[in-house]
Design a protein around this ligand. Structure first.
Ligand SMILES: [Zn+2]
Length: 319
């Protein structure tokens, strides 16, 4: 465990999604392999506690590193795990998206890095450089020496990696971010959903991303995977999380539509209790089980309110 440095007053749980520089997050370089809980043995899961899980898929032809974690130090550990598989295989790297917890270890890999074109654009953006500068100032031990390294093989909608025994279908799943991709492996009915679904819900970087995120959830669930792994949810939560995320947004839409239909404002003042306004507190918007009811309070208050506001804005925009 490496949670001691994390201030729970700051939304560290949301660090992957909407990192705000004033949040004073602290990170670690600790990486451990997560024991297999029943998924195919060719899929490996690694964890940088408590921030993110990343993956490695070992096929006949390729060892595919899916996401490179937060910095060179964590990526070097991933690279050393991959090394043992490279006797008769080539190394490939995939970035599910450009967020710092997924792509900031890219520089240590002397291998093709595959991602969407939008991911490469984001990694070259002034915003990414600014965020790196801020994080280097706040946590030099973690982020010094980091060079933003954009992916090198780019696609827009879909790309297939034929690994011999396993096929990796990479497909765009925008919403959380514009550049997001997920991976489906049909031979083992395994889906790597990355940040397109999360416990208790994924977060769209912008309000405009909400409909895209719901469309992506629909595409993910349509794969009917037996095994689904996420970057920010327990490894045992399974495909049900996709259904639960979809149900959450459906319920939100239903309640927001009712509120608008009785004349409540689509753009209420900032101090409005939005959950009360649409009669949908967090506790009833999600499954009644402990796992959902015990998420960090942020998700039950501000995070939930942000989702409601995004939904109201979306419904107003479509009339
Ligand atoms: Zn993330």
């Amino acid at each position: 465990m490496a949670t001691s440095g994390i201030g729970l007053s700051s939304p560290d749980f949301e660090g992957h999604a909407m990192f705000k520089t004033e949040d004073k997050l602290s990170h670690t370089n600790h990486v451990e392999q997560v024991p297999n809980e029943g998924w195919d043995e060719r899929v490996l899961v690694f964890r940088n506690e408590p921030l993110v899980d990343t993956f490695m898929v070992i096929t006949e032809r390729y060892a595919v590193v899916v996401d490179t974690m937060i910095n060179p130090a964590t990526a070097v550990i991933l690279r050393s795990h991959a090394q043992q598989y490279l006797i008769n295989r080539q190394l490939l790297v995939v970035n599910t998206h450009a967020d710092y917890d997924h792509a900031w270890g890219n520089q240590v890999f002397d291998a093709p890095i595959i991602a969407t074109r939008a991911c490469a654009d984001l990694m070259r953006s002034a915003e990414a450089r600014g965020m790196l500068a801020t994080m280097q100032a706040n946590e030099p031990d973690i982020f010094d020496g980091l060079v933003l390294t954009p992916p090198t093989i780019l696609f827009d909608d879909k790309l297939i990696i034929d690994g011999g025994d396993l096929t990796l279908e990479l497909f765009a799943t925008p919403g959380h971010t514009t550049d997001h991709l997920a991976i489906y492996i049909p031979e083992i009915r395994t889906l790597l959903a990355a940040d397109a679904a999360e416990l208790p819900y994924p977060v769209a970087r912008t309000n405009a991303g909400l409909p895209a995120m719901r469309q992506s959830l629909a595409e993910l669930v349509a794969r009917d995977a037996e095994s689904v792994l996420y970057c920010h949810a327990p490894v045992t939560i399974g495909p049900q999380l996709l259904h639960d995320n979809i149900a959450y947004f459906d319920k939100l839409e239903e309640h927001c539509r009712v509120a608008l239909s009785v004349g409540l404002p689509a753009n209420p003042p900032a101090d409005t209790d939005l959950a009360a306004m649409i009669s949908l507190p967090y506790v009833t918007a999600v499954p009644a089980t402990q796992r959902w009811q015990e998420v960090h309070p942020y998700y039950q208050t501000t995070g939930h309110a942000n989702q409601i506001r995004a939904m109201l804005e979306y419904l107003q925009s479509v009339g």
